[in-house]
Design a protein around this ligand. Structure first.
Ligand code: ADP
Length: 277
């Protein structure tokens, strides 16, 4: 953020951005739920150049035991960027940035999870950034929340996240890498679209009052759009599960007739309701 752009690079050109998007256009987003066999819930997400895997394990026994809370589940998130996820090799392992993002991710997810239902347990959320191209914390949070729903963890709603920012004096949505590097402002936001609550808001750079309201409105509206993609990914996952995870019929049972098809399609993850997604 705030770096001087290379000679001749224009972030804003006749109402279009460096990748041809308009001010309030998102990069393409694809979400798949249920991609890891050993996780209780998982998600693979592509968002522009970001590629993210999220895995949820739990509710499960707490280690170390002294972290256990007798009245509710503890929620722990680890955000990690693979060494090969960026152009320059990133030093593997935790650093200040990944610790900060792990912390804000946990804090954004904790208010939505009905932790009181699982005292003395841990819900562990792992976010692995396989390729990073600006906005990876929002991509990670969006994927983590789908993985939680896929794990059947009861929540009061899913969390969706998106950044807004400022480039060449224009308020724009979902910064691309050059915009993140050379733009003026980055404002990642996460909301619970179902309730309208904001669970993460960070800002790097500066805005006038008016620009700030415009950026927040833009990001909140984008979160609602992203929430629709998250819900569709879960619907697709349970549609697929009904076809691929169908147990073989016992030998003495008649094969299913056409009218049985789809009878056991799960419309929602166990423990959750469409309302709560
Ligand atoms: P976010 O990914 O949430 O936007 P930042 O604003 O901190 O978080 O990072 C912006 C982008 O900068 C990242 O998505 C990634 O492409 C790049 N980046 C971050 N850390 C590193 C690093 N250690 N080495 C190279 N590139 C990095």
């Amino acid at each position: 953020m705030g770096m001087k752009p290379p000679e001749g690079m224009k972030l804003w050109n006749n109402g279009k951005r460096i990748d041809g998007r308009s001010a309030d256009e998102l990069r393409p987003i694809k979400i798949h739920a249920g991609v890891l066999k050993r996780a209780d819930g998982s998600c693979y997400l592509e968002w522009g150049g970001n590629k993210v895997l999220a895995g949820v394990y739990g509710p499960r026994e707490v280690h170390p035991r002294h972290d256990m809370n007798p009245t509710q589940a503890i929620v722990r998130c680890r955000y990690n960027m693979a060494a090969f996820s960026v152009g320059d090799r990133k030093r593997p392992g935790p650093d200040r940035r990944s610790q900060e993002i792990s912390k804000v991710t946990s804090e954004a997810l904790r208010p939505v999870i009905l932790t009181h239902l699982f005292p003395r347990t841990a819900i562990d959320v792992f976010v692995e950034i396989i390729e990073a191209e600006a906005g990876s914390r929002c991509a990670g949070l969006t994927a983590a929340s789908v993985a939680l729903a896929d794990a059947g963890i009861p929540m009061k709603g899913m969390v969706a996240a998106c950044a807004a920012g400022k480039i060449d004096g224009h308020v724009v949505l979902d910064l691309a890498r050059e915009e993140d590097n050379y733009g003026e402002t980055d404002l990642p936001i996460a909301t619970i679209p179902r309730t309208g609550e904001i669970v993460l808001l960070q800002m790097d750079g500066d805005f006038t009052d008016e620009e700030l309201s415009q950026a927040i409105d833009m990001a909140i509206q984008a979160c609602a759009r992203i929430h629709e993609i998250q819900k569709q990914a879960l619907r697709d996952r349970y549609k697929d599960a009904a076809v691929t995870d169908r147990p073989p019929a016992p030998p003495d049972m008649e094969p299913p007739t056409a009218s049985d098809e789809g009878a056991d399609v799960l419309e929602k993850p166990a423990g959750g309701s469409e309302e709560g997604w």
